[in-house]
Write a protein that binds this ligand. Structure first.
Ligand code: GLU
Length: 473
């Protein structure tokens, strides 16, 4: 695929090109294909907030890509770089992501052009509440129409403000808590949501290593144990992915790239220590557990088994793709590889776990949170003690039969009933395995589909096309 008019494609063009590449494998009418591809609407709002003695105008967006299922779902990003092209690309990815992992939502995304660190917390709250009000007025925040969530620059705190503002405007809505996800646990959030995207990256990578064919095709072998990993961006997603992969799967994080440079350690970085250091100092420079390298972009090109871009879109593009020396890219961020770079990487035989799969853990657990809010009961509340009671009964009977006690550690594990966190993890792991299998079976059935991204798009487009057809379109 050539560069578009001699330049790198925009994010939205990249998503469209990848969509078209996949759609070419599907027997679908041009009209329906276009209906699925285009972004239904984008609302731009410019609102003023009186702060520091004057009125400041902020620009925000909420793009709705597809309403084949409602509510539509997707995060709200706070960054100065937010623009219409970006939110529309991200909204499209949400549509495809939700279809791939079977979350019953259409796709949406929002953003506010703001650098959160320019503002005091109480100021951010006023800005967020005003933005929420503007979106609520148009049902762009609503439990059954449009359900935002955290994204870059936002988290539990912003979701709590949004939920509270919605509740204030809709005081009789019994389902108000379901108007946003990613809320703190105390106001209707769900256990495991904060780390969900990182967890999904881990489960998705585990799923990849469960299929020896794909592992071999990427020039890798064995399991995740001992694999060398470079992570770009130690924000919420990168941090949790790096932590789980190193602490639980034995992967070695040999480099972390951050805004002020990179930290390298061939023996593997201690992610918990590094995260603590970044939180305390604002960067990686001076961290004692590794060697500092000022040029993060060079470290991205260092040889490794797995590269995890977990920051922003377009990190791997036509300017650096030729120097990328990894065997597997796990797209923890949305859109980290441009369409042009993707084509080059495929030619080089680099395997890619595409964004719409690799970072789908967030929206998957958001789905669980939304269901929890609508059912007004936490997961596991009814069955947990019942499970424990039955397990104890079985153990007592077994011990009586064999005439000696069973191992204490086994008993503890076996008896423990499922609490909300255990159920969320189980549901997420199941989702990631199923979605991986869906991509693999498309590749198995159609030998001309050679990469997981095209397979992921095909799976999504098929699902959305079926939805539209059953709506009579
Ligand atoms: N912002 C996250 C994403 O890009 C989560 C969206 C959600 O939970 O709705 O997938």
């Amino acid at each position: 695929m050539a560069l578009k008019e001699g330049r790198e494609t925009t994010f939205r063009e990249s998503v469209d090109m990848m969509f078209e590449r996949a759609a070419a494998h599907i027997d679908i009418s041009p009209g329906l294909k276009e209906k699925i591809r285009i972004c239904n609407s984008t609302y731009t709002v410019r609102f003023g907030v009186r702060l520091r003695g004057e009125i400041h105008t902020f620009v925000g967006y909420r793009a709705v890509h597809s309403e084949h299922r409602e509510p539509v779902k997707g995060g709200i990003r706070y960054a100065l770089s937010v623009n219409q092209d970006e939110v529309e690309a991200l909204a499209a990815l949400m549509t495809y992501k939700c279809a791939l992992v079977d979350s019953p939502f259409g796709g949406s995304k929002g953003g506010l052009c703001i650098n959160p660190s320019d503002w005091e917390v109480f100021e951010l709250e006023r800005i967020t509440r005003r933005f929420t009000f503007e979106l609520c007025k148009r049902n762009l925040i609503h439990p059954s129409q449009n359900v935002p969530a955290p994204d870059m620059g936002t988290g539990e705190r912003e979701m709590a403000w949004m939920a509270d503002e919605y509740k204030r405007l809709n005081s009789t809505d019994i389902d108000a808590a379901a108007c946003v996800t990613g809320k703190p646990l105390t106001i209707g959030g769900i256990a495991g949501r904060v780390e969900a995207t990182g967890r999904g990256v881990q489960y998705g990578t585990q799923a990849f290593f469960r299929h020896p064919d794909g592992v071999k095709a990427a020039g890798l072998e064995g399991t995740l144990d001992g694999k060398t990993v470079i992570v770009q961006g130690l924000g919420n997603v990168g941090y949790h992915a790096a932590k789980f992969l190193s602490e639980e799967d034995g992967a070695k994080i040999i480099a972390v790239i951050e805004r002020d440079g990179a930290i390298l350690n061939d023996a593997g970085l201690d992610i918990e220590d590094l995260k603590g250091y970044i939180s305390a100092t604002g960067g990686v420079r001076g961290f004692g557990g590794g060697t500092y390298h000022e040029k993060g972009s060079e470290v991205l090109e260092t040889e490794c088994d797995i590269l995890i871009p977990a920051a922003i879109e377009g990190t791997i593009n036509s300017t650096n793709v030729d120097r990328i020396k990894t065997k597997l890219i796990v797209e923890a961020a949305n859109g980290p590889v441009t369409a042009n770079a993707d084509t080059v990487l495929l030619r080089k035989g680099v395997a890619i776990l595409p964004d719409m799969y690799a970072n789908a853990g967030g929206v998957t657990v958001s789905y669980f949170e939304w269901v929890k809010n609508l059912s007004h009961i936490r997961f596991g509340r009814m069955q947990r003690r019942q499970e424990e009671y039955k397990a104890n009964l079985l153990i007592a009977e077994l011990e009586r039969e064999i005439g000696k006690p069973l191992n204490d550690k086994f008993k503890q594990e076996f008896v423990r009933g499922s609490d909300e966190l255990a159920l969320v993890r189980s549901g997420l792991d199941d989702t990631m395995r199923d979605a991986y299998n869906a991509m693999r079976s498309i590749m198995d059935e159609n030998s001309s589909v050679k990469d997981l991204r095209t397979a992921a798009y095909i799976a999504s487009i098929n699902t959305i096309a079926t939805s539209y057809s059953s709506l009579g379109l």
